[in-house]
Design a protein around this ligand. Structure first.
Ligand SMILES: Nc1nc2c(ncn2[C@@H]2O[C@H](COP(=O)(O)OP(=O)(O)OP(=O)(O)O)[C@@H](O)[C@H]2O)c(=O)[nH]1
Length: 386
């Protein structure tokens, strides 16, 4: 039976596959992936954080109403004062949290809100316990569980907040003069609840990290050809439109090289399909070398047809690059005794260009390059037509 992680071989080398194979029990990736994951978590939990903040504000007001019912005496005004300050702080945090461009602020604001709720609740309990030691303290549990499960914090952040809330509670109870056995009992209860929260939060974060890595790998698998590792037609179609718009915006040109190996059927028939696969991989490496800048793109369109999209390159230079590509395959000297064109494997290339300010879309550029490729084949193969 195949090893359950055998599929990772298909996406090697990839930092996501390597991290998945290495494991992440300490809930930490390598520095670059860790940065990417943190941005992903922030984006992913933004809606959750907004909902949690709205619910917290409503509940906080409901608890304020409950204070009125449960506590008779002047302390209620102190409790309400604390509730009011915390509510005002939540309202101030809510404003940037609901703006579109708030991503940078969401983590510090979430931490501030949960700490304000926790320390505020501990203070309210302390004020109440000075007069009535039977006043419930379990609201603190809700806040700790919210930190662990509700607002999309990572384990370290959630546990840090819950610990500070617990310490504030102890300080408030010492100030209130709560009997030591009751304080110990309450603290043990809160500590055990924190333990359960931390274990649950660890498992959630572990799954979230695993999901992050697997979803990135799935995207790579969906966008790349498994034999050559080049982009496939689907990602080419999608990214072409993005690059075309960028080229138009920046007044740059865009060149498309359509490449087709000559007499590849005959090569397969003569040397076998596996040797043919090896050749496709070698050709892919040549294409990658030609389209190696960040905005270039090397693609396997299907079978023995490839494309290279070159950003910010004019007609003349595109033709030169195509010529380099054609001759680099020739120079590999892969024997092809059944070729009518040459004694070695060759390819034909059609070139077309989008010039700044030019009209037309993908279909038009592709049609021009395809026509040029057809001519290269018709004129005898192993050549570039632009
Ligand atoms: N080894 C291998 N062969 C493939 C793969 N995909 C497609 N092919 C083969 O590529 C060949 C393409 O043949 P044709 O379309 O007739 O083209 P050609 O023989 O190169 O002829 P010209 O393009 O006119 O020079 C077919 O024999 C396909 O079986 C692949 O993944 N691996």
């Amino acid at each position: 039976m195949a090893h359950p992680d055998a599929w990772l071989d298909e996406v090697h080398p990839s930092p996501y596959a390597e991290q998945l194979a290495q494991g992440f029990r300490a809930l930490r990736f390598g520095p670059a992936l860790e940065r990417e994951y943190r941005v992903y978590v922030l984006q992913d939990s933004l809606v959750l954080k907004r909902i949690a903040l709205s619910v917290a504000m409503v509940l906080w007001l409901a608890f304020a109403a409950l204070d009125f019912v449960m506590v008779q005496g002047p302390q209620v005004w102190g409790m309400l004062g604390v509730r009011l300050v915390v509510f005002a702080l939540l309202a101030i945090c809510a404003w940037p949290m609901f703006r579109r461009d708030c991503l940078r602020l969401t983590l510090p604001l979430s931490l501030l809100c949960i700490l304000a709720l926790g320390v505020g609740a501990a203070l309210v309990v302390g004020i109440a316990h000075r007069a009535d030691p039977t006043y419930p303290y379990e609201g603190l549990l809700l806040i700790s569980m919210g930190a662990y499960f509700l607002i999309g914090l990572r384990l370290g952040e959630a546990a840090g907040c819950a610990l500070l809330v617990l310490l504030s509670y102890v300080a408030a109870e010492l100030w209130a003069g709560l009997a030591t056995p009751q304080l110990i009992n309450n603290c043990v209860f809160l500590l055990f609840s924190n333990l359960i929260g931390a274990v649950g939060c660890y498992l959630l974060e572990f799954k979230s990290r695993e999901h992050f890595l697997i979803s990135r790998l799935m995207r790579i698998l969906a966008d790349h050809d498994s034999l050559t590792g080049l982009n496939n037609r689907r990602s080419f179609n999608r990214q072409f439109e993005r690059l075309r718009r960028q080229a138009q915006r920046e007044g740059r040109s865009l060149a498309l090289l359509l490449c087709d190996i000559d007499h590849f059927k005959a090569y397969n028939d003569c040397y076998g399909h596996q040797a043919g696969d090896g050749v496709l991989q070698q050709v892919a490496s040549l294409l990658q070398a030609v389209g190696r800048r960040p905005l270039d793109m090397a693609v396997r369109l299907g079978g023995e047809e490839f494309a290279v999209l070159l950003y910010d390159i004019g007609h003349k230079e595109a033709r030169q690059r195509a010529e380099v590509l054609r001759s680099s395959l020739e120079q590999l000297g892969i024997r092809h005794e059944r070729s009518d064109t040459a004694s070695m494997l060759t390819m034909s290339i059609g070139v077309a260009c989008f010039l700044p300010g030019g009209e037309g879309g993908f279909a038009q550029l592709y049609e021009h390059a395809d026509r040029a490729l057809y001519e290269a084949k018709a004129f005898g193969r192993n050549q570039v037509v632009a």
